[in-house]
Design a protein around this ligand. Structure first.
Ligand SMILES: NC(=O)c1ccc[n+]([C@@H]2O[C@H](COP(=O)([O-])OP(=O)(O)OC[C@H]3O[C@@H](n4cnc5c(N)ncnc54)[C@H](O)[C@@H]3O)[C@@H](O)[C@H]2O)c1
Length: 440
């Protein structure tokens, strides 16, 4: 098929590249001319494991191209994908203006009947509004909701082995066309959930909020563990061994971040409000997440004697999760803002996210290329993202690099991945999330 993807971000680039790998001719379009120029030079705008090789291969075979405009023959495409951002507006509801801009663009360019597949995460009813725009075209254009479920860090793998492909369409023809498009991803079994556009739009928000809710529940429990002396590791193990609950995605930590959970949970709450339905769980999930950042800061302050002015805090892990360079809404952003506001100096390291983090804070923070260099003279180290390279560090080296004053250096392990005894043995203090103090 001939396909066009609007938006060359995490979703558009992975989807467009994946579809070209399956044998389709794909044009990826973005309004960001710099992004497109970089892609022409072979520079991939995001870090996603396995993606750059795949882009290179498909560009070479001429099945994948990048432009800022849609020219012939792509004005006669079979499917136009909308994969542009839907960031939170002032009140937390999703800003879908870029989606409507793309819909208007498609009306302008399309020279033959086509489908318009909505990959962007949009509030229930948006596809109907997009259809009203598409009805102005000279040719028949039909919108289908086709929400994206890729996980940053494993996006390429998720594209080729999706848990499910959700399609919300009105016509049989549209359902059939998407079945055909995704057939190569269904060889080992049918993973398609076919429904109406409104249910499909809601599935996406419901899924992200359900996942975020698990995280917030564990975070709330971690605070209760801290207050009562219970151990979140044991609580997780005991809860998770019930097969109805399961152990996956059941971790306490610094709070969820990224470009999806925070905005989608709030957008669901707003969607409910605008329809007169109070989404108590979505609203609480968000509140608990905000409170976790405050809890984390209270642990740093307590560990450094109550005064952060002039203290140096090192951060390991700036991206919101491992294997991505995305720092949008990352816990590192909240923690850094709080540390700076209290007069602390912040030095960060991340295997891939340093450049985005530095671009966000400018000269208010320092980032280092080597992980241990971030520790030089630091009073505390906060581990924020559980990248593999941080899992078994040399604690002796960490101790040598950090500042030992009247207090031993503090290691705040917000992902609970280190063994407290290793840190105490190396002559430092350990603080986890919801773990009782270590006693030798
Ligand atoms: N990132 C994820 O993990 C993920 C997962 C599932 C769903 N989503 C959803 O997919 C959508 C895209 O997310 P993303 O993370 O890929 O966003 P992104 O910010 O990485 O990329 C969006 C791109 O769209 C471009 N753009 C904006 N307006 C445009 C226009 N009018 N025409 C062409 N291009 C335009 C931007 O320049 C940018 O490059 C969002 O709705 C998001 O909620 C994201």
């Amino acid at each position: 098929m001939r396909l066009v993807a609007f938006g060359v971000g995490y979703v558009g680039l992975v989807t467009g590249t994946g579809l070209s790998e399956l044998g389709h001719d794909v044009l990826c379009v973005d309004v960001n001319a710099q992004r497109v120029a970089d892609l022409h030079k072979g520079k991939i705008p995001i870090y996603e494991p396995g993606l750059s090789d795949l882009v290179r291969r498909n560009v070479t075979s001429k099945r994948l191209t990048f432009e800022t405009q849609v020219d012939a023959p792509y004005n006669e495409a079979d499917v136009y994908f909308i994969a542009v951002g839907t960031p939170p507006g002032e009140d937390g509801s999703a800003d879908v203006s870029a989606v409507f801009a793309v819909a208007n663009k498609i009306v302008e360019i399309a020279k033959r009947p086509a489908l318009v597949a909505m990959k962007s995460t949009v509030p229930v009813g948006t596809c109907d509004k997009v259809q009203a725009i598409l009805d102005n075209a000279k040719v028949r254009l039909e919108v289908v909701s086709n929400p994206e479920f890729l996980k940053e860090g494993t996006a390429v793998e998720d594209f080729f082995k999706p848990d499910r492909i959700v399609v919300g369409a009105r016509s049989e023809e549209a359902k059939q066309k998407l079945r055909e498009l995704y057939a190569p991803l269904q060889l080992s079994g049918d993973r398609m959930v076919i429904t109406d556009p409104r249910s499909s739009e809601l599935i996406k928000y419901a899924s992200n909020t359900a996942l975020a809710m698990r995280v917030s529940f564990m975070n709330e429990l971690s605070r209760l563990c801290h207050a009562t002396g219970a151990d979140i590791h044991a609580v997780r193990s005991g809860m998770g061994s019930d097969s109805r609950i399961g152990r996956r995605f059941l971790y306490a930590g610094p709070g969820y971040g990224g470009s999806c959970f925070p905005k989608d949970v709030q957008a669901l709450a707003m969607l409910g409000r605008s329809h007169g339905v109070e989404m108590v769980l979505a609203e609480s999930t968000h509140r608990v997440n905000e409170a976790q950042a405050v809890f984390l800061m209270s642990l740093v302050e307590e560990g450094l004697g109550g005064n952060l002015a002039g203290r140096t805090v090192a951060l390991w892990g700036l991206s919101f999760k491992p294997e991505t360079d995305d720092v949008r809404e990352s816990p590192s952003i909240k923690v850094t803002e709080a540390l700076l506001s209290k007069g602390a100096k912040v030095v960060g390291h991340d295997p891939e996210g340093s450049a985005n983090f530095a671009a966000h804070f400018g000269d208010r923070v320092r980032v280092t290329e080597a992980d241990y260099d971030a520790l030089e003279g630091a009073d505390a180290l906060i581990l924020l993202t559980e990248w593999r390279s941080y899992r078994a560090p040399n604690f002796g080296e960490i101790k040598r690099r950090m500042r030992s004053s009247e207090q031993l250096p503090l290691l705040l392990d917000s992902r609970n991945i280190w063994r407290p005894q290793d840190i105490v043995k190396a002559g430092m203090r350990y603080q986890g999330i919801g773990i009782p103090p270590y006693q030798a």
